[in-house]
Design a protein around this ligand. Structure first.
Ligand SMILES: *[C@@H]1O[C@H](CO)[C@@H](O)[C@H](O)[C@H]1NC(C)=O
Ligand SMILES: *[C@@H]1O[C@H](CO)[C@@H](O)[C@H](O)[C@H]1NC(C)=O
Ligand SMILES: *[C@@H]1O[C@H](CO)[C@@H](O)[C@H](O)[C@H]1NC(C)=O
Length: 571
């Protein structure tokens, strides 16, 4: 069985533009617009602050290609130079974090390298000459606990303020997570002029995400993804301000997670190969730490009772034996929900999982349970009779899930589930996150889930494993997650979404170019203001952002015809 194969213009009050001077070409372009626009042009070119209007389009932002677009920006025409010899990122005096904050130290180094990249290696730009040289970016954290050693969570404050000015710029945030987002934005503001000098304009930015959960799902069961592919993806996620790696780590096809409690799950044919195609405890630790350093949560998914064929290879009696008439066929179905041993196993297994993954949530799956094997099994039929379930196998499924949820709750974790679990009426804890993935009635489902008071994330419109000719990123970009009918309270319960890349046709060879920059479209939808939806602006910025990812070593595929200043594999 294959998995998941189904599949206005408003005034903008927040975005403002400040410009001191316009070039002749810009003036000419603006003059092509109507008289009213002319007035605006004059005011803009005289450097007045003005309120933007209509669907958002900010040519200045297009020029520097910020992605995702910040909530509030003012860019001026005053440009400063930076050089690798004369610029540094430092802790501001009075910041609650200092050099002992290794997460920040690491990020300072990373962003310094992103900014100067090849130029530094080639020794360009070493001379220190200019009056208008930017010397320092001071990072000022204000929270008493800036969370240097913590993990991001659903309530994390990722907001930041950035003042780019000379000789020092200041990035202010409550904690390290906001600082990481601000460093990314700062690095995106830096551009190379025609002579290869690094420049940045005087800029003021105040930014925060629209949605708290901005995820990417990778599937490491249908193909094993080498660690390097996962880490590269985490880097690309940070460049697009994603903050959740949904790790669909096991499924029918393989069980690469090496469990300390039940090593046989991966070692006895559950994994494609017991040594080369597994994630050892230290691999998993590395992924979690690499993600943490970039402000990314790792939410592991252990999907049951369906999608578990690989589990059965190393754990006898876990799966339901299927029958033909009165004799077993030798094949197996979903997890056997009628045995006590099943729940003993799940208790021990999820106890381990809850300590391996520090995130407050575990994804428990619960999708696409095939009832035919359960129906064929005489013991299950007997159990159904005893429980008074009749022929309603959804009741049996709910019985299993309910017991599983209680087991996981006892580990003090919250859980995420696919929408079927909610649809089947399972009693869920209040903090459960329901993931809406079926695209037959998305609005109706969002209405129902939020109407019942549950938080939800949306992935239905963002199944990026479906590919086609042309610019499908635009389709992903145009999705408005809150377009369903519902009260303001209901809309607040939509906490974000996920771009999913299922792995039937994806391994380490094509993961990155297939996912990026298509997922970037989802990144901006989930971060930026809802009025940020001008497709031409998005195209201009995304084409440049794609080149920036390429320059940083991410083989992101092109949007359309064109070139990058620094081509992948070029010098
Ligand atoms: C930055 O400043 C330069 C020099 O004044 C100007 O040409 C350019 O348009 C400015 N960039 C933005 C994005 O405003
Ligand atoms: C920060 O503190 C150091 C040492 O106390 C001092 O030398 C420096 O001038 C201060 N910098 C600013 C920008 O206040
Ligand atoms: C399963 O556990 C229940 C409750 O703990 C117990 O009543 C029942 O006898 C057990 N069944 C078997 C087959 O051990």
């Amino acid at each position: 069985m294959i998995k998941k194969r189904r599949q206005s213009r408003a005034p903008n009050r927040q975005l403002t533009v400040l410009r001191c001077c316009c070039t002749v070409t810009e003036m000419a372009a603006l003059r092509l617009l109507n008289f009213w626009a002319m007035l605006v042009t004059l005011s803009v070119c005289n450097g007045w602050l003005f309120e933007n209007f209509g669907s958002y389009r900010n040519r200045e932002a297009d020029e520097v290609a910020l992605w995702p677009l910040p909530q509030k920006i003012q860019i001026s025409g005053a440009a400063f130079q930076l050089s690798s010899a004369g610029f540094q990122i430092t802790h501001a005096n009075g910041s609650t974090a200092g050099p002992s904050c290794s997460l920040l130290q690491n990020a300072f180094r990373r962003y310094f390298d992103y900014i100067f990249g090849n130029a530094r290696k080639q020794g360009k730009n070493q001379q220190k000459v200019f009056d208008s040289e930017l010397q320092e970016l001071q990072v000022l954290l204000t929270a008493k606990d800036p969370e240097c050693d913590g993990y991001p969570n659903l309530k994390t404050d990722e907001s930041y303020q950035l003042e780019v000015d000379q000789p020092t710029s200041v990035l202010k945030a409550a904690n390290v997570w906001g600082a990481l987002r601000g460093l990314e934005t700062f690095s995106q503001l830096v551009y190379e002029d025609d002579y290869g000098a690094h420049k940045i304009n005087k800029t003021s930015i105040s930014d925060f995400p629209r949605f708290a959960h901005r995820g990417i799902l990778l599937d490491t069961s249908r193909h094993y993804l080498p660690l390097k592919a996962i880490l590269t993806n985490l880097e690309a996620m940070a460049m697009n301000k994603f903050n959740v790696f949904h790790w669909h780590i096991v499924d029918d096809h393989s069980f690469p997670f090496l469990s300390r409690t039940f090593p046989d799950l991966s070692q006895r044919k559950g994994a494609f190969h017991p040594y080369t195609h597994v994630y050892t405890p230290s691999d998993v630790k590395m992924v979690i730490e690499f993600a943490r350093m970039r402000g990314i949560r790792v939410v592991a998914e252990f999907d049951t009772p369906g999608h578990t064929q690989s589990w059965g290879k190393g754990q006898p009696d876990l799966l339901t034996p299927c029958f033909s008439g009165s004799s077993p066929t030798g094949t197996f179905g979903p997890v056997n929900p009628i045995l006590n041993s099943t729940y003993d196993f799940m208790t021990r297994f999820f106890k381990e999982v809850s300590t391996v993954f520090p995130d407050a949530y575990i994804h428990l799956g619960g999708d696409e349970v095939d009832f035919s094997c359960w129906k064929s099994n005489p013991d299950i039929q007997k159990f159904m009779d005893q429980q008074g379930f009749g022929q309603d196998y959804k009741k049996l499924e709910s019985y299993y899930i309910q017991r599983l949820l209680d087991i996981v709750s006892a580990t003090n974790k919250g859980y995420m589930v696919w929408q079927e679990v909610f649809d089947n009426g399972v009693k869920l804890k209040g903090d459960t996150v329901v993931e809406v993935w079926m695209n037959n009635n998305v609005d109706g489902e969002l209405q129902k889930v939020t109407g019942s008071g549950f938080t939800t994330i949306l992935s239905a419109p963002w199944y990026l494993d479906y590919i086609s000719y042309g610019q499908d990123w635009q389709k992903y970009y145009k999705v408005e997650p809150l377009s369903f009918q519902g009260t303001a309270e209901q809309k607040k319960l939509v906490i974000g979404g996920e771009a999913c890349l299922w792995g039937e046709y994806v391994d380490g060879t094509n993961l990155t170019p297939r996912l990026w920059p298509r997922a970037s479209a989802v990144g901006e939808r989930l971060w930026s203001d809802e009025n940020v939806k001008d497709i031409n602006s998005a195209y201009n910025r995304l084409a440049k952002h794609r080149c920036r990812m390429v320059q940083r070593g991410i083989p992101a595929e092109p949007l359309y015809i064109g070139f990058c200043p620094h081509e992948y594999g070029g010098l």
